[in-house]
Design a protein around this ligand. Sequence first.
Ligand code: UDP
Ligand code: MG
Length: 318
Amino acid sequence: MENNKAVITFSIVVPVFNEKDNIFPFYERTVKVMGELHEPFEIIFINDGSRDTTLDVLALLHQKDKRVKVIDLARNYGKEIALTAGIDYSSGKAVIPIDVDLQDPPEIIPRLAEKWKEGYEVVYATRESRQGESWLKKLTAAMFYKVIGSFVHINIPPNTGDFRLIDRKAVDALKELRETHRFMKGLFSWIGFRQTGILYQREPRFAGNTKWNYWKLINFAIEGITSFSNIPLRLATYLGLIVSLCALLYGLFFFITTLIIGNPVPGYPSLLVIVLFIGGVQLFCMGLIGEYIGRIYDESKQRTLYFVRDKIGFNDTP
Ligand code: UDP
Ligand code: MG
């Protein structure tokens, strides 16, 4: 068929970074589940600059099954960009981003598809439990969703990763957003459309280690907030106002006490405290402004989001 856009129903989009041991188990479970749906599908793996034998495993898999397609990115761009690349090259009527480590069980896909058939354009999968994750990760995740919920005016469902089903209409909308700082969970919600969620049990990682550490997670949280909200900038204004007010009150207090009881000890400690405090607030506010200026700088370059070294299994470009 000259145009395969019409024939594929499901595009499963899987970013992979050093995941050689997960690919086969993931493939087997996914194909089994997709077989039950009796609809044509493709699995697009995006090799995000893996340094192990991930690419060889993927090429092998494509030899075995032509429904497996591979995009080999020029380097490691991070999951958000890898996901974007996969979505760009997908041709299905519905696109399903999923992790390769089997934390998002493919067995959920039929339930997503069911909701899609009911007419929803985005069906996201919300985690009911997080097995194999430490209490610290659970706590910080909960805090993250709380903070982002109060800062950002779009409705980002809590405990929901990138695992979801997106209708072609919403995918086309998503493809229009080419910003460099991509907080995908935010973008998925920002586009709108009819959205709904289902609950599922998140499983522990099958093999290998998570690519996240706390440093990355903190940066991810800053990314999420500053990409979708200007409130932190206003925070700087409020903080400045409050501190100035405190300083004024303190000055007044000082003035009155000096009038009444005099000033027996020169105010060296209080001076130091005030100087340090104001200095801290100023640095904090400059940091905030810097975050946004950095973003303006990055976006103004309008760089291409990613470069593709190789494509396996694609006849035509998107
Ligand atoms: N991943 C990626 N590029 C990266 C980091 C991760 O493509 O730079 C992929 C990874 O291979 C996996 C998914 O993103 O399929 C989720 O990564 P991970 O399991 O490390 O994250 P977690 O589940 O701990 O949030
Ligand atoms: Mg994982």
